[in-house]
Design a binder for this molecule. Structure first.
Ligand SMILES: [Zn+2]
Length: 316
């Protein structure tokens, strides 16, 4: 058994450490809080992060609860919890992008040490934490202006060992919808490309964090910990899940007002009218037409809409 060391923080075997790593991002010191939980006996290393999108509160509340509750004495292996990766966005209550550089942190992984603040942050986290994991789970939800049906996402990297293990993680997490995503620059896709099986789990939204959504995420992680034999207890029974191969996003082509015609979770048919973007006078600028038969897994709920903003996504 060895010490667990990340940056300037250390946890001896059987010890849980909470602290901040401080490093330079965008020319200024950046403080990143985290738990290092070093089990008293051997096992895999699991990394759990949240707050990449810093107004997805159920996911952040779940990561905080996980870090506070984990017990190093009864852990086999190591867990690193980064509860609010995008701390600058969290304190600013900023949606989608970082106030430091206007970039979406979940599109710049694995980062760039010579890039902007978000790219440098991603690079530090990826190389000091994520790349050293055996498994990685990134917690998300709907942002302040988004509602969604809970789902997990995994990335097909093309390496069967990694992709099978990622899908296994998603099935163990036991949220009924599993989405196969090709998003580049995301936490989980960069990790999968680097050989670390990983998923992104989404629950909650619209700035609200309910007990139900926090529990859905913490329960998923507890199931994974038992499945990996990192905590004692019976292996969780598999629950039925549906793998969605196509996640089809519709985006606004105008600035204006967004009037959805369907609610989140609605079953829709190809060609169905899903909503309209209107100008202030009431003229139709754009109709959102369903590109396939499927289910609306995610929808923007703000009346204000900008050119290129997402409107909704259909899982097909
Ligand atoms: Zn997110």
């Amino acid at each position: 058994m060895a010490d667990l060391q990340i940056g300037s923080l250390t946890a001896a075997p059987g010890v849980k450490t909470f602290g901040e790593n401080v490093f330079d991002v965008g020319g200024a010191p950046y403080r990143l809080p985290m738990w290092l939980v070093n089990g008293a006996s051997d096992g895999p290393t699991l990394v759990v992060s949240a707050g990449v999108h810093a107004a997805e509160y159920a996911s952040i509340a779940a990561a905080l609860e996980l870090g506070r509750s984990l017990d190093a004495h009864h852990l086999h292996g190591r867990v690193v919890v980064v509860p609010v990766m995008n701390l600058a966005s969290f304190t600013a209550r900023s949606i989608y992008v970082s106030p430091l550089d206007g970039k979406n942190l979940n599109r710049v992984f694995p980062g760039d040490p010579a890039g902007t603040a978000s790219q440098q942050l991603a690079h530090w986290v990826f190389h000091h934490i994520i790349a050293r994991a055996d498994y990685y789970i990134d917690l998300h939800g709907g942002d302040l202006i988004e509602a969604l049906v809970p789902f997990t996402i995994f990335f097909r990297s093309g390496t069967a060992r990694v992709d099978d293990a990622s899908l296994e993680l998603a099935r163990t997490f036991a949220i009924p919808y599993i989405v196969s995503s090709e998003t580049a620059g995301a936490t989980f896709s960069a990790a999968s490309k680097a050989g670390v099986p990983s998923i992104l789990a989404e629950a909650g939204g619209q700035g609200i964090w309910t007990r139900e959504h926090v529990s859905q995420l913490t329960t998923g992680i507890q199931r994974v910990l038992r499945h990996l034999n990192m905590i004692d207890g019976p292996a969780p029974a598999p629950l039925p899940s549906t793998v969605i191969e196509h996640f089809l996003w519709l985006r606004s082509e105008h600035d204006g007002c967004w009037y959805p015609a369907v609610g989140v979770g609605a079953e829709v048919r190809k060609g169905e009218d899903l909503g309209q973007v209107l100008d202030y006078e009431g003229r139709v600028l754009q109709r959102a037409i369903s590109p396939a038969d499927g289910r609306v897994l995610f929808i923007v709920t703000s009346l204000a809409i900008n050119n290129t903003d997402p409107l909704l996504a259909v899982g097909a």
